[in-house]
Design a protein around this ligand. Structure first.
Ligand SMILES: [Zn+2]
Length: 826
């Protein structure tokens, strides 16, 4: 299907004004297709003009423009030509649409536990025409009303207030003007929980089979929801505009959540059926706050084209972390951002596929590629940098002006910056050019001269990579740690910045650039500070500890800090660290990034054994109820090699006190047993029979793919690459289990097959599923020059699907770093 280009969108927006869509859906016919009838009222600025409609049906039944039937055979690749437009037009389109199994369009899911069917619409990014005929671009906002026929025991929700008007017959009231990508529809025997906050009806919904788990959590989720609503009312100065606010936990969802106005979809992993870690609960809180920010920023005021997606996502991410930290018991959310997400942004920003925060999307599919760590996490960090520069009050005043000025309209970056500039009285022209329209990251390094224990001069040096020779202004704090701690806020700009404010102060043991993690920059510690770090690290603030752990990981990847030393510090960290976000992130990186990839493979078993010992130490020292215990035990399972001990745990024997053998822990143990060859296919089958849930099915697939058996690998590979009937989640579960760091020889034959077969798999799976599939199935442990050569050979093919090309370029670059680091550290 051709992807709508920006030029086509501009032309169509100049021609058309879409007044309304009335959409009639019959969801009772069969398991594969549904009937869709759309009546569109729209104006054309030019009479007798031509344009096209977007519709992607299994079969187009009819299309009638102003009473005249069109030839449905003219439908070509999702576009139906329209000609002879009047000033005012009515178009009625009837079609049979296919249910989706890959999370885009109208996704159909059958719950294996009770056989019930659950549907949800995902219109983002260009999938609305798989549900109803439309002019699918964000700047053609229109009013929507729905008329939906479903089995009588189903619930229906969506954009617009839902009411049941007859047996199995529902209507959604007409909405205010919205973009097509934001239309929502939820249908099925969903279970709902309701309350009212400040006059706004709130709802939580999920499948019946997991509703007990949601029931146990409704108080917490409603409380976070209410607090965030209050705060957004204060920040934006405009009341929540979409009536009721429903959050629906849906199965097999591709992203974490989707901000449909008044009807947010969240992946139903966030209905916890096993004991979650504190980090998982914190993630859910951040998602709630993030999606709600979009009600104003994205839904009420929408970007005109996908280029300005960063406006939506950077802002929602910034607010999501800020509100969670300030308003909920998850006050470590910003620490998590510094420890985990910001590092992902730095890595992404240094990869070949990096792009400016304010991206360039020549067509809609290129817009999908902008949904990445740059738009979200770098964008969020850059907004924090901006807030440091103009002050939180300046930022909020600008937001209020922006939202009230553009409500129900569309905007671009310039509109946003204009509002901020006016409100803050700060000229942001140069700042925006350097921060939003240039990519990559700067490195900062401090240089002190000291005499008689006092600083006599202080300079901050800024560098940029040769590929992106851009220096930026940074507003940051410099911390001095040692006998007496202090800090100063400075503006660093250009290659060399003198810091007179430090002169005359006692020389510190540790000089910390980016104290408090206000900046977006890589920092290099001077030698004296590096030597002081192990001793002083535990005494620093959580944000600084998180920032420094991120810095150390980047240094491992840059071959500037030995992998073995990182692992040594990680083991020591477990003895003293109290912050859950830091423990979670460092344990994760120590195992999956440092030990599994950057460390010499010969040293890996010993490194994992030491990490396991450190986790056992933490379990010995702590009492039941301490949330660190669950993180430590999960790590112990993930790097376990003693089959007898793992089997005993699987039967509930010897598990540390206070940790329940719930389905998550049970499957985690079975997954590890599978990977080390201590669980048979029959054993996995039996476990799946005992747990018919969706999670059970996915874990079982992952276990089967992980077994160190050539036949198991072949079977998993065939399913991933050829089995059309598998859902998105089934494909990903198999891919996730496939590569194991200790099965490099066994899986060697599949390294070449990845590069020769993935181009064909792209056509089978669709771009969003492919994107995640490449992330999981790229042969990340095959750190050898031959793998790099195979990748280059595949990339020579000009016709590769965009997600496959982009991910392969990036992961090959990552793998090149691993090859280099391992080579120099031999
Ligand atoms: Zn978002």
């Amino acid at each position: 299907m051709p992807s709508l280009t920006r030029a086509e969108a501009v032309e169509r927006a100049a021609l058309l004004t879409v007044r309304s869509y009335h959409i009639r859906l019959d969801l009772t016919s069969d398991d594969e297709v549904f009937h869709s009838t759309t009546t569109i009222d729209f104006d054309s600025a030019v009479t007798a003009a031509t344009t096209f409609l977007d519709v992607k049906p299994r079969s187009l039944r009819s299309a009638v423009l102003n009473g005249t039937p069109l030839d449905v055979a003219d439908l070509d690749d999702g576009r139906l030509p329209l000609s002879g437009l009047a000033a005012r037009n009515q178009l009625v389109v009837t079609a049979e649409m296919e249910y989706s199994h890959e999370g885009q369009g109208l996704h159909r899911y059958v719950d294996q536990v009770d056989g019930e069917v659950y549907l949800y619409a995902q219109a983002f990014l260009d999938a609305a025409p798989r549900i109803y005929a439309c002019f699918d671009q964000p700047d053609l906002k229109a009013r929507y009303s729905f008329d939906v026929t479903v089995p009588d025991h189903w619930q229906v929700l969506g954009t617009g207030t839902a009411s049941k008007v007859g047996p199995g017959h529902w209507q959604l009231a007409e909405t205010e003007p919205l973009s097509t990508y934001l239309t929502a529809l939820i249908a099925g025997p969903y279970r709902g929980f309701h309350t009212v906050h400040d006059g706004i009806p709130l709802g939580l919904h999920c499948r019946a089979s997991i509703a007990d788990a949601l029931a146990a959590d409704t108080e917490e989720v409603f409380e976070i929801t209410g607090r965030c609503l209050d705060e957004y009312h204060r920040i934006f100065g405009t009341r929540y505009p979409f009536g009721s606010y429903d959050q629906v936990f849906v199965p097999e969802f591709n992203s974490l959540a989707m901000e449909n106005p008044g009807c947010v979809s969240i992946r139903d992993h966030y209905v916890f059926q096993s004991t979650p870690t504190a980090g998982e609960k914190e993630d859910r809180a951040v998602i709630i706050a993030h999606e709600m920010a979009h009600m104003w920023f994205g839904n009420l005021v929408t970007m005109g084209w996908w280029d300005d997606l960063w406006l939506n996502e950077a802002f929602a991410d910034y607010m999501g972390h800020r509100l969670t930290t300030q308003l909920t018991k998850y006050s470590g959310a910003l620490t998590t951002f510094s420890a985990a997400r910001k590092g992902l942004a730095y890595s992404a920003d240094q990869r070949p596929s990096t792009h400016p925060v304010d991206g360039d999307a020549a067509d809609a599919m290129a817009g999908l590629a902008l949904f990445d760590r740059i738009s979200y996490f770098k964008g969020s960090a850059v907004l924090r940098q901006l807030a440091t520069r103009i002050g939180e009050e300046g930022l909020e005043a600008g937001l209020r002006a922006y939202i009230s000025r553009h409500a129900y309209g569309t905007t671009d970056s310039a509109d946003f910056l204009a509002a901020l500039q006016e409100a803050s009285g700060t000229d942001l022209t140069r700042w925006a050019a350097l921060w939003l329209r240039e990519s990559n990251v700067n490195t900062l390094r401090a240089e002190l001269t000291v005499a008689d224990g006092l600083i006599t001069s202080a300079v901050v040096h800024q560098t940029a990579p040769d590929s992106h020779p851009v220096l930026r202004p940074h507003t940051l704090r410099i911390g001095l740690y040692g006998e007496a701690d202090s800090s100063v806020l400075v503006e660093v700009d250009g290659a060399r910045t003198e810091v007179p404010g430090l002169v005359g102060l006692p020389a510190p043991e540790l000089l910390l650039l980016n104290d408090g993690d206000l900046a977006y920059a890589k920092i290099q510690l001077d030698e004296r500070s590096q030597a002081a770090l192990p001793g002083l690290l535990p005494t620093l603030s959580p944000l600084n500890r998180a920032m420094l752990w991120g810095t150390l990981l980047l240094a491992v990847q840059d071959d500037a800090f030995p992998a073995a030393d990182y692992l040594g510090l990680a083991n020591d960290m477990l003895a003293v660290e109290t912050e859950l976000p830091i423990i979670t992130e460092v344990l994760q990186q120590a195992r999956t990034e440092v030990a599994d990839r950057f460390l010499q493979p010969a040293g890996r078993p010993d490194a994992l054994a030491r990490l396991g010992l450190a986790c056992r130490g933490l379990l010995d020292r702590t009492q039941p109820g301490d949330e660190r215990r669950l993180i430590a035990f999960r790590t112990l399972v993930d790097c376990g090699t003693d089959a007898a001990e793992l089997r005993a745990w699987a039967e509930g024997t010897g598990i540390p006190a206070g940790i329940a053998l719930d389905s998550e822990i049970g499957w985690r143990i079975r997954y590890r047993l599978s990977a080390i060859g201590a669980l048979t296919g029959a054993g996995i089958d039996a476990a799946q029979q005992a747990d018919p849930s969706a999670e059970g099915e996915q874990w079982a697939a992952k276990c089967r793919a992980a077994r160190p058996d050539p036949e198991a690998k072949r079977a998993a590979w065939d399913l991933i690459t050829t089995a059309e009937e598998l859902s998105n989640y089934q494909v990903w579960a198999l891919a996730e289990g496939f590569w194991q760091p200790d099965q490099v020889e066994l899986t060697a034959p599949f390294v070449g097959r990845f590069f020769t077969e993935m181009p064909g798999v792209g056509a089978l799976r669709g771009d969003q599923v492919l994107d995640m599939l490449v992330r999981l199935l790229y042969p990340r442990y095959a750190a050898a020059p031959e793998t790099l050569a195979l990748a280059e050979a595949m990339l020579a093919d000009e016709g590769l699907p965009l997600p496959l090309r982009r991910r392969t370029v990036d992961f090959t670059d990552d793998l090149r770093h691993v090859v280099t680091v391992r080579h120099t550290n031999r």
